[in-house]
Design a protein around this ligand. Structure first.
Ligand SMILES: Cc1ncc(COP(=O)(O)O)c(C=O)c1O
Length: 272
């Protein structure tokens, strides 16, 4: 792993770097992005940085210096040959007084890069009982307040799955802890709208553009009983779901087509 913070590379990427009173640390006042790296080149970095800026604005953080972020990305990628990896960019409220109020210091900016194992083509998911709040202040933002995801993912793993799926307060399908969900009903490929409270996934948007699909909000039970289901995300790409709870699923034709469309178009956004 290589790590960069506020303009400089760390000699020891695991060593101390962030203030003990950083507002991201205790109260989750921060935003982040995870970007895939293939053959040393980031995938869709521009789209991720746009979302980072939107998340920061949604949290009321100052505008992120994206040129500085790109410097950090170049720094963590140089000198290592990442065949497959992940960059994580984090921006926090910076050092602050104890409590929920923000301080006067500038934000903290961290960029790290590390190798990543390839994900398998198929996976299994479970529905977790805790709803996403599509009306909350953080809905749709990629913030460092991700502890709900930690709890949900641990529950999924306890039940033998790799991803936890949330409904929202309306009882509609929302998203996974780190993925968006597509499913097939009556031969139609569907995915929740952004009004469901799901993150505006980069992979979701690109797949809708490159392959298509209908955005619709409906009870999670419809998706749980679908003919095909797949997850999309930076780390999973297009990943078929072969079991949702007790429901076994095939890797159906639309899933296969969507995965093929993804693989065909993905190289276009490497290094961009
Ligand atoms: C909550 C959540 N939903 C969906 C996604 C998928 O988004 P992307 O395709 O940009 O990785 C992620 C991953 O970043 C996420 O954290």
């Amino acid at each position: 792993m290589r790590a960069w913070i506020d303009g400089h590379l760390l000699d020891d990427p695991d060593g101390p770097a962030v203030s003990v009173v950083d507002h991201g640390l205790t109260v989750g006042d921060g935003v982040f992005e995870a970007v895939k790296v293939v053959d040393g080149r980031p995938f869709a970095l521009g789209l991720h940085l746009e979302r980072l800026q939107r998340s920061a604005a949604g949290l009321g953080l100052p505008a992120v210096d994206l040129a500085l972020v790109r410097e950090g990305v170049d720094a963590v990628l140089s000198g290592q040959d990442l065949t497959l990896g992940r960059i994580r960019v984090t921006v926090t409220g910076g050092p602050a007084p104890l409590g929920s109020g923000r301080g006067e210091h500038p934000p903290t900016l961290v960029v790290v890069a590390a190798p990543m194992d390839p994900t398998s083509d198929t996976t299994s998911v479970v529905t977790v009982p805790w709803p996403r709040n599509e009306r909350g202040a953080l809905a749709g933002l990629k913030t460092t307040s991700y502890a709900e995801n930690v709890v949900a993912l641990a529950e999924a793993r306890r039940r033998g799955a790799t991803e936890a799926i949330f409904a929202n307060l309306a009882g509609h399908l929302c998203e996974g802890t780190g993925s968006n969900v597509f499913y097939v009903v009556d031969g139609e490929l569907r995915t929740p709208t952004l009004a469901s409270g799901c993150l505006a996934g980069v992979t979701r948007a690109l797949l809708l553009d490159w392959y298509g699909g209908v955005e619709v909000d409906e009870p999670i039970g419809v998706a749980e009983a679908a003919d095909e289901v797949f997850l999309v995300s930076t780390t999973r790409d297009v990943q078929a779901v072969t079991r949702w709870g007790e429901h076994e699923l095939p890797v159906g034709p639309l899933t296969q087509d969507a995965a093929a469309a993804w693989s065909a178009r993905e190289p276009e956004l490497l290094g961009r």
